[in-house]
Write a protein that binds this ligand. Structure first.
Ligand SMILES: NC(=O)c1ccc[n+]([C@@H]2O[C@H](COP(=O)([O-])OP(=O)(O)OC[C@H]3O[C@@H](n4cnc5c(N)ncnc54)[C@H](OP(=O)(O)O)[C@@H]3O)[C@@H](O)[C@H]2O)c1
Length: 335
């Protein structure tokens, strides 16, 4: 059952606040951005933030699809469901997470981000309207960080946290798969309110067969086992959920690149989407496709309580066309 953890209330603070105490919840206000395309790395004092590149790139990726509509159509279609949502994104600085945030902003959907390092948000996402994007400092390994006030008004959650499968610098401070994919997910889910409309968890293919080759190699340090434990906790939480199991992720993360250049290099490839139910798919999937899938399922009632695996292959894709995504998810067969 989902429950609320008692701790001190989150303290909203003013713009670009530098967080000093890891235990103190903080809030960063970001301001509005103009609709321009810019290189990836810019100073946060500039109104042309990297997120803008990300937003434009996502839009470009989505609208380039032969099945996609014009940008104006895209805006009017997506705005219909935008006002009522407040989507909490956990892992928003990651490869999939940053694309999720970019896409939410381009759709005028309000987002709240839980990040270990709020400064990364200003670097990544530039200036945003505080009503549309709020940032809180949270390490999901620490239940005391997950104050109930963080979830006030939140309608949906997209969790794309993760760490490397094998020891790396990203494990520094004991940020291992056990701590992130199991304990972090458990802590987050335990703190979510029962009023939530959906939690989408990004997991992985292979979680049900981590003892079998080749998955057992990937699982040498437990990543698939702990992801499955996280999945099971979500499943048993009583919350409305959708689990997305991607294949090996391609495209990005974009934090070190000029995003537009990178996307132009990948446009036209791996945009056709394969969705199954279960854990049989072997292959790759574009992070753009995963991010779009996470957002699309929020509006599909029938995806509630389901576990999907997703790959992408060369060919035309659904872009942002909700109808095409619905067909893909509806036709997902147990593999
Ligand atoms: N790579 C693959 O081929 C592959 C395949 C299948 C599934 N997946 C899974 O798909 C998901 C998305 O992958 P990705 O490559 O886009 O992710 P990623 O780039 O590794 O990003 C992970 C995110 O999790 C955050 N995070 C890590 N530890 C945290 C903690 N203790 N508290 C709060 N946030 C924490 C990171 O924040 P910081 O910026 O603070 O580090 C980052 O935002 C992950 O769950 C991944 O395991 C990956």
């Amino acid at each position: 059952m989902a429950s609320r953890l008692a701790s001190a209330p989150a303290t909203p603070l003013s713009a670009h606040f530098h967080v000093e105490s890891p235990k103190k919840l903080s809030y960063t206000t970001l301001f509005a951005f103009p609709s321009l395309s810019v290189p990836w790395r810019v100073n946060i004092s500039s109104s042309r933030g990297p997120l803008l590149s990300s937003v434009n790139a996502v839009r470009e990726e989505l609208t380039e699809s032969p099945s996609s509509e014009s940008t104006d159509d895209y805006d009017s279609r997506t705005s219909s469901s935008s006002t009522s949502k407040l989507v909490l994104v956990v892992g928003a600085t990651g490869g999939v997470g940053q694309l999720v945030v970019a896409s939410l902003i381009s759709r005028n959907i309000k987002a709240r981000l839980l990040l270990r390092d709020p400064d990364k948000a200003t670097t990544l996402f530039g200036m945003q309207d505080k009503d549309n994007l709020q940032v809180f400092k949270v390490d999901t390994r620490c239940p005391e960080n997950l104050d109930p006030s963080l979830f006030e008004g939140v309608t949906h959650v997209i969790c794309c946290t993760g760490t490397t499968a094998f020891p790396s610098r990203r494990w520094d401070g004991d940020n291992t798969p056990e701590r992130v994919d199991w304990e972090g997910v458990r802590n987050l889910v335990s703190a979510l309110p029962s009023s939530l409309k959906r939690i989408v968890l990004v997991s992985s293919v292979g979680v049900t067969k981590f003892n079998e080759l080749p998955w057992s190699i990937m699982n040498l340090f437990g990543v698939l086992k702990y992801k499955k434990m996280g999945e099971d906790f979500v499943r048993k939480s009583g919350l409305p959920f959708t689990i997305i199991r991607p294949g090996r992720l391609t495209d990005g993360p974009y934090t070190s690149y000029d995003l537009n250049t990178l996307l132009k290099a990948t446009a036209g490839q791996r945009r056709a989407v394969l969705i199954g139910k279960g854990d049989k798919l072997v292959g790759e999937v574009s992070r753009l496709v995963v991010a779009e899938a996470c957002i699309q399922v929020l509006d599909m009632e029938f995806t509630q309580g389901e576990v999907y695996e997703i790959n992408s292959i060369e060919g035309d894709g659904p872009g942002s066309d909700s109808q095409k995504w619905q067909e893909l998810f509806k036709n997902a067969q147990p593999q």
